[in-house]
Write a protein that binds this ligand. Structure first.
Ligand code: TYC
Length: 108
């Protein structure tokens, strides 16, 4: 039996263009605490530990950065998780009678 002729490329094969990227990664949001003159340092450290899962030393460093520089990032999350963190922090601060401010903003 004779061998099949070599492929010529003239049949009905379809070549798909390679896409460099199909989807973008989701936008991430950083949760920021703002400084004020009234919220106790200890309360802020506890909030950072509890809601942002930081150890005491890291939480203290973040709190001091906020105290000295006016604001600081406590964590980076998807939009819904960031929004929930903001709600939780504001609820805890209001319940304790502190004016602590917290917001989330898109990263970059
Ligand atoms: N500045 C506050 C004080 O001196 C402490 C503080 C730190 C408040 C961080 C808010 O997000 C904050 N008691």
């Amino acid at each position: 039996m004779p061998a099949a002729p070599p492929a010529t490329g003239s049949d009905d094969a379809v070549v798909l263009e390679r896409r460099t990227q199909r989807v973008q990664p989701p936008q991430m949001y950083q949760v920021v605490l703002l400084n004020d003159d009234f919220t106790p340092m200890e309360f802020v450290v506890q909030v950072i530990q509890e809601y942002f899962s930081k150890d005491r030393e890291t939480a203290t460093q973040i709190m001091l950065k906020i105290h000295l520089e006016g604001k600081g990032v406590c964590g980076v999350y998807s939009r819904d998780v960031a929004s929930t963190k903001v709600d939780q922090v504001l609820q805890a601060a209001r319940s304790a009678g502190h004016p602590l401010q917290c917001l989330s903003e898109p990263v970059e």
